[in-house]
Structure formats: structure tokens, C-alpha cells
Design a protein around this ligand. Structure first.
Ligand code: NAI
Length: 440
């Protein structure tokens, strides 16, 4: 099948590549010339495990191509995925200008029936706006062409995006006509393992499903984080509590870890956008206000622990940071807790030496060459002469350090662990002070 993907970011590139992998003829469009040039030259603009090889394989097979030519893309795919960004507006609502621009581009250039699919995370009612934009452009051309609108939110997780797309738990499809459902059903047929993964519903429910999923996950995290702060005060251990409650299948172990706050390109903006949409409908999700407030506070938790230990004036101190990405296996630093920590340390006069397995180029892009941030090539190099270590991202490579070597490198043997990576007993046995989240 011929497929166009508009927006070649994390979601668009993974979607296009995985659809090519199962035999489709895919054209990925982006307005970012630089991004398309990197892809055309055989590179990839983001880090995502397994993606680079898959891109190369499908480009070589002639099933995956990249373009900045809007008209070419609008003509190519019988299915047109819109996978552009939906960043937060000033008031927190989703900014739909890129989605609407993509819809207009399709309307301006399409020559035959298309299924236009919103894959971006968009508020309830966006499909109507996309339909109106396409229709308006067709009318301007004086053309009457049939098209269908569908909503197919994406649930992939950065860091496991290829695996998630190739082996989905579910594929949510909001569609209101049989023709679109049939085309989408055959497009996704190769991804049905054991049983049908496609859940077909009305468009508004599909749009809401994506926000509901992210809001529920963010709520679990903020709940555990609040509980961890309470456990700390009470002298209980959140890891024991997690083990105890997770064994109930109604609760489950997944996504039940206390930490130094959630970040990334989705949870913060989707929680905000959902609150805004609720307001537009005269409703309020009070629980999400609390989720957001709790998360903002949680991003400060490492800084609070550092200042409680070293005092509020950190001038002359150097703090080592392990992990800059908002989570492991990605180079994405959008809304990452590391950014809040680095800024907070700077404001109190400290400097930072940091290591991340893949996000260092992203850190340079964000912070420039600020002399208060030194990036080094190994976890151990970050510790050299540092006053303490703060762990922000739970990369595998940080899970089993040589505590003796680690202690020898640090000026003060102190670890502030924002991800509860170690058994406190082991760390303390090595003569290192250990501050984790909600742990004894
Ligand atoms: P991204 O920022 O990585 O990529 C978006 C791309 O769209 C950019 O390359 C941009 O240049 C391009 N673009 C913007 N306007 C365009 C236009 N008119 N024509 C062609 N290209 C255009 O964003 P990302 O992370 O891929 O997210 C896309 C959507 O998917 C968002 O709505 C996001 O909430 C959602 N999503 C993201 C997930 C993630 O883990 N990153 C997971 C699930 C959904």
C-alpha cells in the first residue's frame, strides 16, 4: 500500500519505517530540510534503538523515501498520516497549527480519495478541524474529492519505539466510515500477533483514549512520588510498599516507581492539554491539577536533598550528574528533570559535570557551551573531583557501579539517587552516604 507520513520526528519516522518494514511503499515528509537531508544521506536525526538499521534496510529496498515536497507527499499515499508536533500553547492547550497546516497541504494537492489519519496526539474535536481544513482547500480549488478522516493515536514509548510499533498491545482506530476502516485494517493486519490488535471506535473516543492513557500513567507516577515523600517522613521504605501493593493484580508492578519526576515530550504536555480541553467542555479534572503540581515539586526533589546536605549556597561546588535524557534509551531531553536540576544547581552557584550515554549532543544543543556544564565521556570521568553524584536517568550502565572506585573519585562520598537504583545497604556498606527517593 502507498503511505505518506507527514512529520518525520520520533513518531513519524518510526511509523513510516515500520510500515515500510512490512512491505508498504512509504514516503516521509518533513518541513525541516536539515532532518530530511540527514535521512537522505543515510543518517538518522534521533537516537532510537534498532531504528537506524531498519531505516537503512528499507531505504535500500526502495520501500522508504524522504522528501520536503508537500505536493509529492500529498499525491503519494492512499493513506496520509499526520504525525507533526502538537506542542503546548501558552495556556497549555495543544497547539494545532502544524496539524492544520498538514491538513491544508493535503487538501491543496490531493488528486484522488485519501484516508487522512491523525496520528499526532490531538484534543477531542481535532478530526473535525482537519476535515474542515481539507474541505476548505478543496473548495478553494473548486474540486470535489472524497476523503475520510480517522484518528489513530500512537502509544509507542521512546526508547522502545520500534518494538512497540512492531508488536503493539493495541491499535486504536477512530473512524466513521467503512471504507477507511477497511483500508486501515489491511494496513495494520501484519501487526496482529495471535489476535486482532485493532480496536475500532468513534473518532472522539479514540482522541480521548490517548490522553486518558497518558494521564493515567502520569497519575500513577505522581501518586508514587507523593507516597515516597510521605514514606520518607514516616521512616517507611517506598520500595517495600511498591512490592506490597504491586502484587495486587488490580494495581500491578508496571509504572509504579517513585523517582525525581516525569518529563519527556508527552506526559507534561498531554496532562496540561487534557486539563485545557476539559475546561473547554465546562469540566475539570481536579486529579490532574494535583498530578501536575506534584510533578513540578518532584523535579526539585534532588536539589532539595542536595541543599539539605550541603546548604543553599553551593558556590564552588561541582555536582556530577549521571543521566540527562528524560528516560533511558533515548536522547530526548524535552522537559527532562535533569534540566530543572542543572538550572537549580547553577542558580545556587554550583557547576555540573555530566555524562549520558546518548543525550550529550542534545545537552549541547540546549545549553550551548556554557562553562558551568562540562560533558564527559564516561560515568567515572564525571565523578573526578566532584562534591557529590546525582543520578537522574536510570540507564542500565549506572545500575552496578564499582562503589569502591566511585568513592575514590568523589571529593565527598555522597550519592543522591533520583531513580532508586541501588540497595541502600550496599551503598552505605561501601562508606558512601546515600539519599534516595522514599527509602530508608
Ligand atoms: P517531533 O517534534 O519529534 O516531530 C514532529 C515533526 O513534524 C518535526 O520534524 C517537524 O519538523 C515536523 N513538521 C511540523 N510541521 C510540519 C508540516 N506542516 N509538514 C511536515 N512536517 C512538519 O514530534 P514527535 O515526538 O514525533 O511527536 C509527534 C506527535 O506524536 C505529537 O502529537 C506527540 O504528542 C505524539 N506522540 C509522541 C510520542 C513520543 O514518544 N515522542 C509518543 C506518542 C505520541
Amino acid at each position: 500500500m502507498k503511505v505518506s507520513v507527514i512529520g518525520t520526528g520520533y513518531v513519524g519516522l518510526v511509523t513510516g519505517t515500520c510500515l515500510a518494514e512490512v512491505g508498504n511503499d512509504v514516503l516521509c515528509l518533513d518541513v525541516d530540510v536539515n532532518k530530511i537531508n540527514i535521512l537522505k544521506q543515510g543518517g538518522i536525526p534521533i537516537y532510537e534503538p534498532g531504528l537506524e538499521d531498519m531505516v537503512k534496510r528499507n531505504v535500500a529496498a526502495g520501500r522508504l523515501r524522504f522528501t520536503t515536497d508537500v505536493a509529492e507527499s500529498a499525491k503519494h499515499g492512499a493513506i496520509q498520516f499526520i504525525a507533526v508536533g502538537t506542542p503546548p500553547d501558552e495556556d497549555g492547550s495543544a497547539d494545532l497549527q502544524y496539524v492544520v497546516a498538514a491538513a491544508r497541504a493535503i487538501g491543496q494537492n490531493m488528486q484522488e480519495y485519501k484516508v487522512i489519519v491523525d496520528k499526532s496526539t490531538v484534543p477531542v474535536g481535532t478530526a473535525d478541524k482537519v476535515r474542515a481544513a481539507v474541505q476548505e482547500e478543496l473548495s478553494k480549488r473548486g474540486t470535489q474529492l472524497e476523503f475520510s478522516i480517522a484518528s489513530n493515536p500512537e502509544f509507542l514509548k521512546e526508547g522502545a519505539a520500534v518494538e512497540d510499533f512492531m508488536r503493539p498491545d493495541r491499535i486504536v482506530l477512530g473512524a466513521e466510515d467503512a471504507r477507511a476502516v477497511e483500508l486501515m485494517r489491511s494496513l495494520y493486519a501484519p501487526f496482529n500477533r495471535n489476535h486482532d490488535r485493532l480496536i475500532v471506535m468513534d473518532i472522539k473516543s479514540a482522541e480521548l483514549t490517548k490522553y486518558a492513557a497518558n494521564a493515567m500513567l502520569a497519575t500513577r507516577i505522581s501518586f508514587m512520588n507523593e507516597l515516597a515523600l510521605l514514606a520518607e517522613k514516616m521512616g517507611a521504605d517506598i520500595e517495600n510498599v511498591r512490592h506490597g501493593i504491586g502484587s495486587d493484580p488490580r494495581i500491578g508492578y508496571h509504572f509504579l516507581y517513585a523517582g525525581c519526576g516525569y518529563g519527556g515530550s508527552c506526559f507534561p504536555k498531554d496532562v496540561q492539554a487534557m486539563q485545557r480541553t476539559a475546561k473547554e467542555y465546562g469540566s475539570e479534572l481536579r486529579i490532574l491539577n494535583a498530578v501536575e503540581v506534584a510533578n513540578e515539586r518532584q523535579k526539585e526533589v534532588l536539589l532539595d536533598k542536595i541543599t539539605a546536605r550541603f546548604g543553599t549556597d553551593l558556590s564552588g561546588k561541582n555536582i556530577a550528574i549521571w543521566g540527562l535524557a528524560f528516560k533511558p534509551n533515548t536522547d530526548d531531553m524535552r522537559d527532562a528533570p535533569s534540566r530543572v536540576l542543572i538550572k537549580g544547581l547553577w542558580e545556587r552557584g554550583a557547576t555540573v559535570t555530566a555524562y549520558d550515554p546518548v543525550a550529550m549532543h542534545e545537552a549541547t544543543r540546549i545549553f550551548g557551551n556554557d562553562p558551568r556544564l562540562k560533558l564527559v565521556d564516561t560515568p567515572m570521568a564525571a565523578l573526578e573531583g566532584a562534591d557529590a553524584l546525582a543520578i537522574v536517568t536510570e540507564w542500565q550502565v549506572f545500575r552496578a557501579p564499582d562503589f569502591v572506585a566511585l568513592k575514590a573519585q568523589l571529593k565527598n562520598p555522597v550519592i543522591f539517587d533520583g531513580r532508586n537504583l541501588y540497595d541502600p545497604k550496599d551503598v552505605r556498606a561501601a562508606g558512601i552516604e546515600y539519599f534516595a527517593i522514599g527509602r530508608l
